[in-house]
Each structure stands twice: as C-alpha cells, then as structure tokens.
Design a protein around this ligand. Structure first.
Ligand SMILES: Nc1ncnc2c1ncn2[C@@H]1O[C@H](COP(=O)(O)OP(=O)(O)OP(=O)(O)O)[C@@H](O)[C@H]1O
Length: 230
C-alpha cells in the first residue's frame, strides 16, 4: 500500500466576512497517496484553484489542516513554508508567469537554482525537461518569442526539472491542442509511474479523465464525488 503524501482534513476557506462572505471551500477531506496522478475537476468557481493554493502552501485555510509527509504545513512559519515549496512542490499555475527576459533554458535554470539543486546537475536536468515537453528547438527563445502553448510547456519544464515529489498544475493544458494535451498527460503519467511523483491537476477536458488514477470533483466548495478511472 503506498504511503499518503498529502492529507487535507476539514479544510474550509472563506473570503470576506458577514453578508458578503464567500465560502469557497466547505469542509474538504482528502488523502492522496504517493505516486499517483489525480484530476481535480469542477465548474468554474467551484473552488479548485483555492484548494490547490492551500495544498501547495500558497494560502492558508480558514480552518482545517494540510499534512505533507506527516508534517502539518498549516503550522509552518513563513520560512518553513517557503522551503517546503521550493524543495518539494512544482507549480504549474497561470499566475506564475515566466521571467520575461530569460530564455526557456534560463527560466528552467532559475528554478533549479531556487530549489537548491547542485549546479553540476543543471545542464542535464534542463536538457531532459525541455526534451520531455518537446521544446528543445525553442530552448534559446524568450517567452515573448513563444506561443501561449509553448510558454505553458516551458512552465511545465520548469516545474518538473527539479523533480519535486508533488506537482500541482492548474489547467496545465488549457492552451494546448489535443495532440499536445495527450503528450503532456502521458508525460505526467510517466513521471508518476517512473519517477514516483504525485501530480494533481485541474482540467475541464473530458478526454483526459481516463489517464488519471483518481478523479475528484468539487461542487460549491465540497468534494462531492470521487471515482476510480477504469
Ligand atoms: N481572493 C478572493 N477573494 C474573494 N473571493 C475569492 C477569492 N479567491 C477566490 N474567490 C471566490 O471563491 C470561489 C472559488 O474560486 P476558485 O478560483 O477557487 O474557483 P475555480 O474552481 O478555480 O474556478 P475556475 O475554474 O474559473 O478557475 C469563487 O466564488 C471565487 O469568486
């Protein structure tokens, strides 16, 4: 039986107070085991991004706890959360724009530096991750010289290069056509199966659901259904 890597217990998250309060998450319990590919789906506004932010330590729950490898990250101080993110989590979020003056290679290198990966590893990791996302030929280009889909793939390369134990990806294939989408999800599948990573990603794409180990659905801030893909 694989170990739990991430556990969310009774997570609530409200924004604002009184009559105007938005209750984005309303008591979520979830256990995710190591080396699994998880899809989080749900309508716009159902709370997916809010939940992913909390799982990655980018936001604090109003109530409840998040445990990563048996450590309660909701109790971490600022520095500890920062270290946890740099070392263990790869984010593929729209809001994490690429650094505009840096080439694809330099963007990936920057993430390796931040994560504390030894310098002698950089060249190999950069080459490998850009190859994985099919961007070797565009490696020396800066974001403004790349299409939206190519930029998204640089962001994916940047997240996987440090080989984190957990990848959180918010609509990582939103900008990609169906061929590229399948390539990326297949890459996710192999990172899970061969590198023992755990990947949680949100998607609106019904065509990729069968690639996941487990699918969770959020509705109005509650986890209403989980289904093992067959
Ligand atoms: N900082 C905030 N302040 C106030 N309300 C917020 C804030 N962040 C999110 N919300 C609200 O919380 C709810 C959940 O938002 P969230 O972005 O998590 O949904 P989502 O499922 O990711 O949507 P989408 O698929 O459109 O990205 C929404 O009603 C949203 O308006």
């Amino acid at each position: 039986m694989p170990n739990p890597i991430l556990q969310a217990s009774n997570i609530t998250r409200s924004f604002g107070s009184g009559k105007n309060a938005v209750h984005a998450l309303r008591g979520i319990n979830l256990t995710i085991t190591e080396s699994s590919l998880i899809i989080l789906k749900g309508k716009s506004g159902s709370g997916k991004t809010t939940f992913m932010n909390i799982l990655g330590g980018l936001d604090q729950p109003t109530d409840g706890t998040v445990t990563f490898l048996e450590q309660d990250i909701s109790q971490f101080n600022h520095q500890e959360v920062d270290n946890f993110r740099k070392k263990h989590v790869g984010f593929i979020f729209q809001a994490f724009a690429l650094l505009p003056m840096m080439t694809a290679i330099e963007n990936v290198e920057f993430s390796l530096r931040i994560a504390g990966v030894p310098q002698e590893e950089w060249e190999k990791r950069i080459k490998e991750s850009l190859e994985w996302v099919g961007l070797s030929k565009r490696a020396k280009h800066r974001p403004y010289e790349l299409s939206g889909g190519e930029q998204q793939r640089v962001a994916i390369a940047r997240a996987i290069a440090k080989r984190p134990s957990l990848i959180l990806a918010d609509e990582p294939t939103a900008e990609l056509d169906s061929k590229r989408t399948f390539q990326i999800i297949r890459l996710f599948r192999s990172l899970v199966d061969e590198q023992k990573m755990t990947i949680i990603f949100t998607t609106h794409d019904p065509n990729v659901l069968h690639m996941a180990d487990t699918i969770y659905e959020l509705e109005d801030g509650q986890l209403i259904k989980s289904k093992l893909s067959s």
